[in-house]
Design a protein around this ligand. Structure first.
Ligand code: UDX
Length: 437
């Protein structure tokens, strides 16, 4: 929304949320989300044509277009817990929109949701509003990746808009297209039917995640055979049919989208009686779980099969670089595995808050099992092993000699992102494990 406001000074954008502290933060100099470039864009547009408010009623009444951008987490309770998407917030939003709208509006689903949610959205909207108020529901999935969100929004590969194939539906799609056309070429704004648009988001994320699981599966084979997974990725990526992106072997993928969307896809296929398709995609999640577990097992095995009472330093806790987001971060899984083996953890991440780390690991503030550090050299002091779990650029240029000097010997390094210089580490005296090498 900030980017739309930034690019379209003639359009007034209001972001409404019932969470007061969050809205207060959006109105302050300390935004609740760390994203390179976001501060500048908000600073330019805020107060001009970008507003943050807790007054959802006024925001709904005034709007011509409403983007529903609420959370759609995986269900944690009841029927289909752990598999289906929890659409509680989407439905509550639809009920609010129906209740407070006194004229016709376009409602855009921005949240990632299972296919055919637009239909439910439309049903709730229509059942709860006056006959003279009409809603056109559009699907407009977001493809930005965290850490590069501003570039992705500024220059997207495509914008996808799904709508009903009726005159009103086509008109609504044109209206939304004209917003994006302020800065994006029309040939990159794709209009489809609702279901294609909804499904495309799940499929895009499933294909991306599948590439990572594919290369990670090969990383295990490389470790057995003496091949180097980065060399294999680079060699196959030169094939223009395969392409070089999303082939970096790692400790596993994280983030709020991949696992959730794969679970949605798996669930949909089961629901529609396609168990073979469902099993196929479930394999992508299973490979990712296995890769994370394989990494913690490597650490434990290398440290003479016991980490009990040993200090292990984790460098990086975010699910990828340039974000403070930890949702589904592999660091959480590795951290929990090590805590279960009674290790003492020392964690350094340049952007994730200590409270978030404690919350994710389920550890009390006064626990001696967890030491959250302000710098990487402090974290490694007296450590038996150090694991690199996020590919922060700063971790490439650390003084690894100083790290080595601070550690117990033999000093083990487990590079879950293949970013450190392996030859240099060996020369210093480290025992090195890197993914797929
Ligand atoms: C993803 C999609 O890329 C984006 O289009 C969608 O809108 C939301 O989900 P995001 O989760 O922000 O974006 O980050 P992404 O860059 O896709 O990385 C996801 C995870 O995969 C990270 O944990 C990352 O470290 C990992 N990854 C990525 C790899 O392990 N190897 C790779 O080659 C690429």
């Amino acid at each position: 929304m900030a980017m739309i406001a930034f690019k379209c000074p003639d359009i007034s954008v209001t972001v409404a949320d019932i969470n007061e502290s969050r809205i207060a933060a959006w109105n302050s100099d300390d935004l609740p989300v760390f994203e390179p470039g976001l501060d500048d864009i908000v600073a330019t547009a805020r107060g001009r044509n970008l507003f943050f408010t807790t007054d959802k009623v006024a925001a709904i009444k005034e709007a011509d277009i409403i983007f529903v951008s609420v959370g759609t987490p995986t269900k944690t309770y009841g029927v289909d817990a752990g598999r289906a998407a929890d659409l509680k917030y989407v439905e509550l939003c639809a009920r609010d929109i129906a209740e407070y709208s006194d004229r016709s509006k376009i409602v855009v689903e921005k949240s990632t949701i299972p296919v055919r949610t637009a239909e439910s959205l439309k049903t709730v909207l229509t059942a709860n509003s006056n006959a003279d108020v009409q809603f056109q529901v559009l699907s407009n999935p977001e493809f930005l990746a965290e850490g590069t969100a501003m570039e992705d929004l500024d220059n997207p590969d495509r914008v996808l808009i799904g709508g009903e194939e009726t005159p009103e539906g086509l008109e609504a799609m044109e209206t939304l297209t004209s917003v994006y056309a302020h800065w994006i070429d029309r040939d990159r704004i794709i209009q489809t039917n609702l279901w294609s648009s909804e499904l495309s988001k799940l499929v895009a994320n499933a294909f991306l995640a599948q590439r990572i699981s594919s290369i990670n599966s090969i990383s295990a084979l490389c470790e057995e055979t003496g091949a180097n997974v980065d060399e294999v990725a680079s060699a196959i990526g030169k094939d223009s049919r395969i392409g070089p992106k999303f082939l970096k072997a790692s400790v596993g993928f994280g983030g709020s989208c991949f696992q959730k969307d794969l679970l949605n896809l798996v669930y949909l296929c089961e629901h529609f009686g396609l168990p073979e398709v469902s099993e196929y995609w479930r394999g992508v999640i299973e490979m990712n779980d296995w890769q994370k577990r394989r990494f913690s097992t490597k650490i434990i095995n290398a440290l003479f099969n016991t980490v009990n009472g040993k200090r292990i330093a984790l460098l990086g806790f975010a699910f990828k670089k340039d974000t403070n987001d930890t949702r589904e971060s592999p660091a959480i899984y590795v951290g929990k595995d090590l805590l279960e083996e009674e290790a003492d953890l020392a964690i350094y991440d340049p952007k994730v808050s200590p409270d978030q780390i404690r919350y994710d690991l389920g550890i009390e503030a006064d626990s001696s099992k967890l030491d959250i550090c302000d710098d990487p050299y402090e974290a490694v002091k007296g450590a038996h092993g150090v694991a690199i779990l996020t590919e922060w650029d700063a971790f490439r240029d650390l003084d690894y000699q100083r790290i080595f000097d601070n550690m117990m010997k033999p000093a083990f390094i487990f590079d879950g992102r293949n970013i450190a210089n392996r030859a240099q580490l060996k020369e210093i005296g480290f025992e090195v494990y890197a993914i797929g090498r």
